[in-house]
Design a protein around this ligand. Structure first.
Ligand SMILES: [Mg+2]
Length: 273
């Protein structure tokens, strides 16, 4: 079975172009110069661009600095992460409640800046436990989080990714930490981040651009492509990262990417000639 891309006019007519980062616009330390060119062409054509990462271990300031250093010339409002979605979710559904966070210091700062009331973990009970990609994880944090969940706290997880790609392979990510907490407590978290609908709702709210005028480029099927396919956003798989053509073809109809391209270089050529 081979995939036939729909007419390219569908992509040309979009107003907002959302990009996954690792595996899509760069890979580890390798920056894709064709991605920089495509994004420059989009901006020159008056299109909006948004960089969205599930990785909530670093603050959006760090991504702003990184993407600037790599040559993508982003503005602060072009960068969003699952941390932003989680803070917005907490402020909507758990307003002024106490939250115990299993996350990095950077994520803690972002939660505080977002007005979230953070607990120490030593309380008898809290309203919500949030776990994330915590590269500063300790047994004590896990123990406190599990105890608070057993004592009745609601359980959220910033993003479901099991592994984070690195230069030397994979490291355990947010979903793997959540799996441990679930094994201990029997409680499955509500996941935020890609592919969950809260991401598309937040993008619509923040940009003012409706989902049918938005498209998402990514390399991972169960986050980037699923986000689009399940939430009415045109999804484009690029084969510069994790997902393969064969894996995409095995997905059921309705979950497949709308377009498949070897890389953003071919998308740029198709859209801008
Ligand atoms: Mg990726």
């Amino acid at each position: 079975m081979t995939h036939q891309n729909p007419p390219i006019q569908i992509l040309k007519d979009k107003d907002l172009y959302v990009f996954d980062m690792d595996g899509t616009i760069y890979l580890g330390k390798i920056v894709f110069d064709f991605a920089i060119r495509f994004i420059e062409n989009l901006r020159a054509a008056g299109k909006r661009v948004l960089f969205f990462t599930n990785n909530a271990s670093r603050s959006t300031d760090v991504y702003l600095e990184k993407l600037t250093r790599l040559g993508f010339s982003p503005t602060a409002d072009e960068i969003m992460s699952s941390a932003d979605v989680t803070v917005a979710y907490l402020n909507t559904y758990h307003k002024d409640q106490t939250v115990y966070l299993i996350g990095t210091k950077q994520l803690e700062s972002q939660f505080r800046a977002g007005g979230i009331r953070l607990a120490t973990g030593k309380e008898g009970s809290v309203d919500v436990v949030v776990s994330s990609f915590d590269t500063e994880l300790t047994y004590e944090k896990l123990d406190d989080g599990c105890r608070l969940i057993r004592n009745g706290a609601a359980y959220l997880c910033t993003h479901p990714d099991f592994n984070c790609p690195t230069d030397t392979g994979f490291m355990p990510d947010s979903g793997a930490i959540a799996a441990l907490i679930t094994a201990s407590t029997g409680v499955t978290p509500r996941y935020l981040g890609k592919p969950y609908p809260e991401v598309v709702e937040m993008i619509e709210r923040v940009t003012g651009i409706p989902r049918d005028k938005t498209c998402i480029f990514g390399d991972r099927l169960y986050t980037d492509i699923a986000l689009g396919a399940k939430n009415g956003v045109t999804s484009i798989l690029v084969l510069t990262g994790e997902g393969t053509y064969e894996e995409a073809m095995e997905l059921p109809e309705g979950e497949k990417p709308a377009f498949i391209f070897p890389s953003l270089a071919e998308v740029d050529k198709a859209v801008f000639g």
